[in-house]
Design a protein around this ligand. Structure first.
Ligand code: ADP
Ligand code: MG
Length: 238
């Protein structure tokens, strides 16, 4: 079970207000997409949920527990970055098991978790390779694998597909949707790509300049946009 609530959450960097009071809920097993133009605060919001960034004011609760500045692993979350952030000198297996080695899990348990995640992601035949010997899509799957082995309550994705070419992006989109079902997990996914938002989300949070313009199911936003901004953003795919 995982349920996340944000109430009047704000973030300032010095005198600059970046997140200006946002309220929304993420329900258990929901696939929620944050969408909005570059610079609107999507990554900052995700990083606050992850615990990588402090909250200037407001309240963030996970399963009814008020989170302050606990580490993301303690929150039961795992984040996948746009840049993949793989360790170049480690094999796929070592990359995927890294967080578990740091957590000092027994070796056989790490191997088992990595093997299971590798099967789910069809990486089983690549465990001995290093990142530079992989395609972009395979690297992205390793980055997702590193999150899966930790068995998080909530997966956080920050534009995970934006470094991939268009055809691969479509495949990975389908793969993430399959994973969402298979893992029975809650996922929060940041993108500036309207098509990704419309096809993947159970619920879309439309952000603009640190504020929420509208929250709703894709077709609700499409059919009943709250304003011209949402209509333009959701209605006009690139
Ligand atoms: P998005 O992910 O939607 O492109 P970000 O959350 O990265 O937007 O950034 C939102 C705004 O906050 C931008 O104007 C950015 O310059 C600013 N910002 C982000 N991180 C910092 C930081 N550590 N210090 C100062 N300003 C920041
Ligand atoms: Mg960003």
């Amino acid at each position: 079970m995982s349920d996340l609530k944000l109430r009047d959450v704000r973030k300032s960097f010095g005198a600059v207000d970046v997140i200006k009071g946002v309220d929304f809920d993420v329900d258990d097993r929901e696939f929620v997409v944050f969408v909005g133009p570059s610079g609107c605060g999507k990554s900052t919001l995700l990083r606050m949920i992850a615990g990588l960034e402090s909250i200037t004011s407001g309240e963030l609760t996970i399963d009814g527990v008020r989170e302050n500045e606990s580490e993301p692993t303690e929150r039961g979350l795992a984040m996948v970055f746009q840049s993949y952030a793989l360790y170049p000198h480690m094999t796929v297996e070592e990359n995927m098991g890294f967080a578990l080695r740091v957590a000092k899990l027994p070796k056989h348990e790490i191997a088992e978790k990595v093997r299971t995640a590798a099967e789910v992601l069809e990486l089983g035949h690549l465990l001995d390779r290093r990142p530079k010997e992989l395609s972009g899509g395979q690297r992205q799957r390793v980055a997702i694998g590193r999150a899966i082995v930790r068995n998080p309550k909530i997966f956080l994705f920050d534009e995970p597909l934006s470094n991939l070419d268009a055809a691969l992006r479509v495949n990975m989109r389908l793969e993430l949707m399959r994973l969402h079902k298979q893992l029975d997990a809650t996922m929060i996914y940041v993108t500036h790509d309207q098509t990704e938002a419309m096809t993947m989300a159970d619920k879309i949070v439309v952000l603009r300049d640190g504020l929420i313009e509208q929250v709703g199911a894709p077709m609700a936003l499409y059919n009943r946009p709250a304003n011209v901004f949402v209509a333009g953003f959701i209605g006009a795919p690139k």
